[in-house]
Write a protein that binds this ligand. Structure first.
Ligand code: PEP
Ligand code: MN
Length: 260
C-alpha cells in the first residue's frame, strides 16, 4: 500500500496525482469522491479535516470524526489518504487512524515553532510529509520547515507549491512566482515537488494551464481539489472540479520528461 507514494522517492518518473475535496464534509461526500476518483485511477486522496479559514464563522472542517470516515473508507478502496496537519495533536490523531500521508499547510509553514513541534511529534515515524510553501514568498522559510522535518528523521519529504499571497491584483488567487519553487528544485533536485494548481488558480478555469506549466518545468506530481458537486462545496467552491473534469484534464495534460 505504501508503495505508491514511495514511488516519488524512488525516482519513478510518472507524476503522482493527489486529488480529493478541499474539505471532508460528510462520510457520503468523502466516500463518493473516493469511489469516483479511484475509478479514474487516482491512488492518493486528499481531504482537509481541520481547515485553516481566513475568517471566522466559516466552515472550519469536521475535525477528528472525519478520521473515522477515512479509516472506514480505506477498507473498501485501494487508496491512500493525505490530510493537512497543523499541530502535534493533529499528527497524533492522524497516525492513530492510519492516515498515509501528511501535509503541512501554507499558514503553518510560516511558523517555525509549530513546524518544530510537528517535527518533534514525528520522531521515529517514517511517514511521507509534504510541506506547502509559506503564504509569503520566502524560500528560506520553506527550506527551514523542510530542514526541521528532515532533521527529525523524515526521509520521505516533499514540497508542494501552492502559490504566494500578494496585495497586487492578479488573475491568480495566489501568485505562482515559479522562480521560487524552481530555485528549490535547483538546490534540492531529489526533493519531490508537487504543484497545487487549485490554490494557485483560485478558479477552475485556470487549473489546466497552471497544471501544464508545472509539468513543463518537471514537477513530480499534482495535487488537485476535486468535489462531486463543486458549486456546493463548503470551502474553496470556485476552484474545485468534478471527477469527470479531472479525467478530461488528465487526458489533456502532457508530461514532458526531462530526458525525452
Ligand atoms: C488546502 O489545501 O485546502 C489549504 C487550506 O491549503 P493552503 O495551506 O495551501 O492554503
Ligand atoms: Mn482548499
Amino acid at each position: 500500500m505504501r508503495e505508491r507514494i514511495e514511488t516519488l522517492w524512488k525516482k519513478d518518473k510518472s507524476p503522482l496525482m493527489i486529488a480529493g475535496p478541499c474539505s471532508a464534509e460528510s462520510e457520503e461526500q468523502l466516500r463518493l469522491s473516493t469511489q469516483l476518483l479511484s475509478e479514474i485511477g487516482v491512488k492518493v486522496i486528499r481531504a482537509g479535516i481541520w481547515k485553516p479559514r481566513t475568517r471566522p464563522n466559516t466552515f472550519e472542517g469536521i475535525g477528528s470524526p472525519a478520521l473515522q470516515w477515512i479509516k472506514d473508507i480505506k477498507k473498501d478502496f485501494d487508496v491512500q489518504f493525505a490530510i493537512e496537519v497543523a499541530t502535534a495533536q493533529h499528527v497524533e490523531l492522524a497516525l492513530e487512524y492510519g492516515v498515509d500521508v501528511l501535509w503541512i499547510g501554507a499558514r503553518t509553514t510560516v511558523n517555525p515553532f509549530t513546524v518544530q513541534e510537528i517535527a518533534d511529534s514525528l520522531k521515529g515515524v517514517d511517514i511521507p510529509v509534504l510541506v506547502k510553501n509559506p503564504i509569503n514568498p520566502d524560500l528560506a522559510l520553506w527550506l527551514g520547515a523542510l530542514e526541521r522535518l528532515s532533521n527529525a528523521g523524515i526521509s520521505k519529504l516533499g514540497a508542494i507549491h501552492r502559490g504566494f499571497s500578494s496585495h497586487r491584483k492578479s488573475k491568480y488567487r495566489n501568485e505562482p512566482l515559479w522562480q521560487i519553487p524552481i530555485e528549490l528544485k535547483r538546490l534540492h533536485p531529489d526533493l519531490p515537488l508537487i504543484g497545487d494548481p487549485s490554490h494557485i488558480a483560485g478558479e477552475r478555469g485556470l487549473i489546466e494551464a497552471v497544471s501544464q506549466k508545472a509539468l513543463d518545468v518537471n514537477y513530480d506530481g499534482l495535487m488537485i481539489e476535486v468535489h462531486p458537486n463543486p458549486d456546493k462545496a463548503l470551502s474553496d467552491a470556485k476552484q474545485q472540479i468534478t471527477p469527470a473534469t479531472l479525467e478530461r484534464l488528465l487526458g489533456t495534460l502532457q508530461v514532458r520528461s526531462a530526458t525525452s
